[in-house]
Design a protein around this ligand. Structure first.
Ligand SMILES: [Fe+2]
Ligand SMILES: [Fe+2]
Length: 376
């Protein structure tokens, strides 16, 4: 088994210095290029043979929505008022068990916490937007590299979905929020790794299973928490697409992984672990602490010590772990990934519902259309 140092560049998963040493040094750049190492693959086998993918493709064709016309952009969003309401509803960032005496937060008043709430939201939605662009590029890559016609058809619909997702988050940030953040360095490294890999199934594993699995859980959490109706509806629409995307990953890889040798599976297991750590690191939101003028290390140390925060972060893995289990990634090679996920503190989700079929339940567009039809 490769060491943590080889996989994630540090021995200790929670090595704070090492985590914070990864920063975005490229914040003023307008473009960022990643070298392509993969072949664009034609297939001459046009026969439709993969029923689950055919079903998914049909669903995708009838579940398209339109950012400009399906959402009510006249909704007035008062970001400060919402942040204040959150603060007053006692949604304190740190749990009560954390003693803030002697920390930079000891003297924070309502005002700082509200500013922090606003910055956190700007940061989070910015990362969603950047992640969506990663999905757009990865899925366009899959159209080229996957050797199956049914998967090429389906991936083409996902490219359109992802363009819509970048569009919707960019528009919400511009029209309703108060600032952007550059891409988080951990997220950036992960997206680069996924795009750099020449193996078509690694794009799926990195994007559809890991990044989109986490996104689906994160969107679900935010959808539940927010009282802002435009954001709520927007997230609901995005989630119905994302559930299809994760299903696409699981359904495609399930077939492919059955044929892989132990050595080949080991590469996939290690890649899944590396991706999981990078995503966990990204949610420490180091850039927000920096903008709030508090020592980043002190803040992140408190976040990592806070059991309540950990629980929230772990919930983000609630889709990834069962999907990895379904793909046989947890237990091949003597439970390699099981051990790593245990170390990361997320193995408890292994028997939660996987996303192979969940997309049908989450289809918001179909529900809206049915409701419209019933109203006539
Ligand atoms: Fe997306
Ligand atoms: Fe997606």
């Amino acid at each position: 088994m490769s060491s943590n140092m080889e996989l994630i560049g540090r021995d200790e998963i929670n090595d704070l210095e090492a985590i914070l040493s990864v920063t975005n040094s490229d914040v003023d750049a307008i473009v960022h290029a990643v070298k392509s190492n993969s072949d664009a693959v034609f297939t001459w086998d046009y026969e439709r043979s993969r029923l689950p993918l055919i079903k998914l493709y049909e669903k995708a064709k009838t579940s398209q929505w339109n950012v400009t016309t399906d959402l009510d952009w006249t909704t007035d969003v008062d970001q400060r008022k919402l942040a204040l309401e959150n603060f007053q509803a006692d949604q304190a960032f740190f749990s009560e068990t954390i003693d803030l005496k002697g920390t930079p937060f000891e003297k924070w008043t309502e005002n700082e916490w509200v500013d922090f709430g606003i910055e956190s939201q700007n940061w989070l939605l910015s990362q969603f937007m950047h992640g969506e662009q990663g999905a757009l590029l990865c899925t366009a890559r899959i159209v080229e590299t996957v050797p199956w016609i049914d998967a090429k058809y389906y991936a083409a619909t996902q490219v359109m979905d992802e363009a819509r997702h970048v569009e919707v988050f960019a528009k919400y940030l511009d029209d309703k929020l108060s600032g952007h953040y550059p891409i988080n360095a951990h997220l950036g490294l992960l997206l680069d790794d996924i795009l750099y890999d020449s193996r078509w199934d690694m794009t799926y594993l990195g994007m559809q299973v890991m990044v989109e699995g986490l996104a689906l859980a994160a969107f679900g959490f935010l959808h539940q928490m927010t009282s802002e109706p435009l954001l709520k509806q927007l997230l609901r629409y995005v989630m119905s697409d994302e559930a299809r995307h994760v299903a696409f990953g699981v359904l495609s890889l399930q077939e492919y992984y059955n044929e892989l040798t132990d050595a080949e599976m080991k590469d996939r297991q290690e890649f899944a672990f590396e991706a999981a750590v990078r995503m966990r690191d990204r949610f420490l939101q180091q850039e927000v602490w920096e903008r709030m003028g508090v020592p980043v290390k002190d803040a992140v140390r408190l976040v990592m010590a806070d059991e309540g925060r950990k629980e929230f972060q772990n919930i983000l893995f609630s889709k990834i772990v069962p999907n990895c289990k379904k793909l046989g990634l947890l237990d091949r090679n003597n439970g390699l990934l099981r051990k790593r996920f245990t170390e990361l503190g997320v193995i408890q989700f292994e028997d939660w519902v996987d996303t192979g079929e969940e997309y049908a339940m989450l289809d918001e567009v179909a529900k809206d259309r049915a409701a419209d039809a019933a109203a006539y």
